[in-house]
Structures are given as structure tokens and as C-alpha cells.
Design a protein around this ligand. Structure first.
Ligand SMILES: Cc1cc2nc3c(=O)[nH]c(=O)nc-3n(C[C@H](O)[C@H](O)[C@H](O)COP(=O)(O)O)c2cc1C
Length: 318
């Protein structure tokens, strides 16, 4: 006998049911407090999306460690002091009948020292033309990579403890996970770089660790886009690896796909898009020549009162 579900609902792979297919995209709004705690304005805005009928409500990109903060006023999931407000948000979203997700983020080279207090790091050291504020990242030590994996895992545990339905790993738009996937930003010659399988090792390892650390009914997904625009720093320029066909080396390009999975093992290839995973290309990332533009560039912090969404988005886009 078939289960009766509302006609517009969608069953995700792990059995969770969203009441409809309207999914609030992650939108960085820079309204959290300096210590990464969710503000009332941001919380109410998200809750109102759930009350208004969204099937899935996803937070903005939330940094998993202090060295991964990318924006002023960015939501954090790196400390237990952030848990109380996250709990309130998760409860309110669930109470309103929506699924609540947190997008897990590390900025890598997009985590400026003025926010983190330390030099940014990435897969490799590289430069980018046309960015006056660009800070040449140091190439990651293996200990940095291990710390990032731990941070994603701990952030996912915290998200589950807060009562959310799942997480999405932010592998899109040229942030840390995308920097490792990139054939230009990642010039490593160890197991974390080189072949596509090696460049995908970071996001796959994180997916596996997050999956193992959270309950089976907790949704684990990833947003992935290809974005490459770096010039290797002189010291690493002899170690260039080859990109798969269709992956430009230096031209900036991207497309985005997203997919949730409840499997105990990560997908065999992070770029594959299973048929039940519909993912329209991200409009803001389909433009060329501007790395990591789909989230907003760091801006002065908005005032604590909630700005109307449309004007805030317009301001951040400009
Ligand atoms: C102001 C703003 C903030 C955004 N923040 C994020 C973010 O935190 N994480 C993310 O994956 N995408 C982010 N995006 C991209 C959006 O999630 C979305 O993909 C994009 O707006 C295109 O949406 P559309 O296809 O509905 O037009 C942001 C976009 C805008 C305009």
C-alpha cells in the first residue's frame, strides 16, 4: 500500500520528507554577531521563511572554524557558545513544518587576516590578478587539512545537536573545498592534489566523516561548482597538474550542482549529479572572470536592524 503524502512533497534519500520543493538557498547576510552567534534579526528572518511555507530553509554559509571566517557578521558553528541560538532556530523551523539545514563553510584563501588574525591558507600558494586586497595564501600543511576535516565534523555534530535536519558542505563558489577541487588553485603533489581523485579527497573525506558522525536520518549534502582563476605562486609553478577535459586552467568559470545524500559512504564522484538531485545553475556564478563571487564580497557590517531582503541582496550584489 502506498504511503499518502501531500502531492507537492519530496522524499529525500534518507527518508526525510520536505513538504514541497521550494528550498531557501543559502544567503549570506552578515547579520550574526562578531563571535559567530546568530542574531535575532537573522533568526527571525529565517523563521519567517519557514512560517511562510518553504519546504527547506537553509542558513547562510556558516564557518566551521575561526580561521575559516570569510565575511564580517558571518554565522559560526565552531563553538558551543553558538548552540543556544542555533537550537532556537532549529526548533522554530521544525515547528513551522520545514526542514532546517546549515551550510558548512571554510573560506580558505577567502578568509582574510583582518577577520581571522592569521594569514589565509589554501591548497597551494597562488596569486590572483586584479584583486588589490588579495593575500597570497600559504600552502596547507597536512595538519591544516586534518584540522579542517575535524572542524567540519565537529560543526556537523553541533548542527545535529542543535536539532537541525542536516547540513550542506559548501564546495561551490571557490571557497576552501572548491580550492582543493580546482586544477589551478590546487598545485599539490601529495595525496591531496594532482589527479581529480586526489583533489576531491578533502570534500569526500569530510563527507564520509560527517556522515559517520551524525545520525542516519540527518541529511548530508554538498553544493559543488567548478571555479578556477588562480595563478600559481612562483615557488609552485613547476608543479602544475593537468585538469580534466573541460576544466579551464586559468579562465574563471563555474556551474553549481547540489545533492543531498544519506548514504553511509560518499558518492563515488563528487561532481556527479544523481537524477533526483535537481540543480539549476547558479546565476551569480555563471558569469565569468570573477572568482568566488557568488557570496558577497566582504562589506561593512549592516546595522543590527533587519534590512528588507531585497535591498540587502541588491546591496550585496552590487
Ligand atoms: C546576497 C547573496 C548571498 C549569497 N550567499 C550564499 C551563501 O552563503 N552560500 C551559497 O552557497 N550561495 C550563496 N549565494 C548564492 C545563492 O544561494 C544562489 O545560488 C544565487 O542567488 C542564485 O539563485 P537563483 O538561482 O535562485 O537566482 C548568495 C547569493 C546572494 C545574492
Amino acid at each position: 500500500m502506498h504511503e499518502q503524502r501531500p502531492p507537492l512533497s519530496i522524499r529525500l534519500r534518507n527518508g526525510l520528507v520536505a513538504r514541497n520543493r521550494v528550498w531557501l538557498a543559502p544567503l549570506t547576510n552578515q547579520q550574526s554577531h562578531d563571535d559567530g552567534v546568530l542574531s535575532t534579526a537573522e533568526q527571525r528572518w529565517l523563521e519567517r521563511r519557514a512560517e511562510g511555507g518553504f519546504g527547506v530553509v537553509e542558513t547562510c554559509a556558516a564557518h566551521v572554524s575561526q580561521d575559516g571566517q570569510g565575511f564580517d557578521g558571518q554565522l559560526g558553528v565552531w563553538g558551543d557558545h553558538q548552540l543556544p541560538r542555533l537550537r532556537e532556530l532549529a526548533a522554530a523551523i521544525a515547528q513551522a513544518g520545514a526542514l532546517g539545514l546549515v551550510q558548512l563553510y571554510h573560506g580558505g584563501v577567502r578568509s582574510p587576516s583582518r577577520l581571522t588574525g592569521r594569514r589565509p591558507w589554501s591548497a597551494s600558494s597562488f596569486t590572483e590578478a586584479g584583486r588589490p586586497d588579495f593575500e597570497v595564501p600559504r600552502a596547507a600543511e597536512v595538519s591544516d587539512i586534518e584540522a579542517a576535516i575535524d572542524a567540519f565534523e565537529q560543526a556537523a555534530r553541533r548542527t545535529a545537536a542543535a536539532g537541525f535536519h542536516g547540513v550542506e558542505l559548501h564546495g561551490a563558489h571557490g571557497y576552501l573545498l572548491g580550492q582543493f577541487l580546482s586544477g589551478t588553485m590546487n598545485q599539490r603533489t601529495d595525496e591531496w592534489g594532482g589527479s581529480f581523485a586526489n583533489r576531491a579527497r578533502l570534500i569526500r573525506t569530510i563527507a564520509r566523516r560527517v556522515r559517520a558522525a551524525t545520525p542516519a536520518e540527518f541529511l548530508v549534502g554538498a553544493r559543488i561548482s567548478l571555479k578556477t582563476s588562480a595563478t600559481p605562486a612562483a615557488s609552485t609553478s613547476t608543479n602544475r597538474c593537468s585538469s580534466p577535459p573541460g576544466w579551464p586552467r586559468t579562465a574563471s568559470t563555474s556551474s553549481t550542482s547540489r545533492c543531498g545524500t544519506a548514504r553511509r559512504t560518499p558518492p563515488s564522484a563528487p561532481t556527479s549529479t544523481p537524477s533526483r538531485c535537481s540543480a539549476p545553475p547558479c546565476r551569480s556564478t555563471s558569469r565569468s572572470s570573477s572568482p568566488a563571487t557568488s557570496g558577497p564580497a566582504p562589506r561593512p557590517r549592516p546595522s543590527s536592524s533587519a534590512a528588507p531582503t531585497s535591498s540587502l541582496s541588491a546591496r550585496l550584489r552590487s
